[in-house]
Design a protein around this ligand. Structure first.
Ligand code: ZN
Length: 158
């Protein structure tokens, strides 16, 4: 990756960390998943409301943590809003792949999410990037109620 592209990626990431999109809570119904990443101290509270045929109608988060975890959560909410459950699961799988594996021409459909491809050089930060996605995977599994996930017990999204 050339350094200009890397600078651009850095900018996108910092922008989302400083000004997280879809930051807040959903009051009525939906799923509420707490995500913990004890190795860094990141905490994400993800709120998802599913609509017809499991579509992600609303997706918001609150929490605190490092720039990587916040930017990942912010970009994820932007990306997954309005998607079907199957599409959301596929994004999650592709995201885990780019943060752990060297994929040439990483899935163009990932768009801005590709800013996280550099994270794989920093194994400790992979958990930060994956945290919101682990919470989302849990939300997809249960579609209502509350749950807690932790990167320490993360099964890898199977
Ligand atoms: Zn972190």
């Amino acid at each position: 990756m050339n350094s200009e592209l890397e600078d651009l990626y850095q900018e996108v990431l910092l922008d989302h960390a400083k000004h997280p999109r879809n930051f807040g809570e959903i009051n009525e119904g939906g799923v509420h998943v707490h995500g913990d990443n004890p190795s860094c101290g990141d905490e994400i509270h993800l709120h998802v409301r599913f609509g017809k045929e499991g579509r992600v109608d609303e997706l918001k988060f609150t929490g605190q943590g490092c720039a990587i975890s916040l930017a990942s959560a912010s970009l994820m909410t932007v990306k997954l809003k309005g998607k079907t459950a199957a599409e959301a699961a596929e994004f999650s799988r592709a995201f885990r792949e780019i943060v752990t594996t060297e994929v040439p021409d990483a899935a163009p459909a990932l768009g801005d999410l590709r800013v996280f491809s550099g994270v794989r050089r920093f194994p400790q930060r992979v958990k930060c990037a994956v945290l919101p996605w682990a919470a989302m995977e849990q939300a997809l599994r249960q579609t209502n109620g509350e749950a807690t996930v932790s990167t320490e017990t993360d099964s890898g999204g199977s």
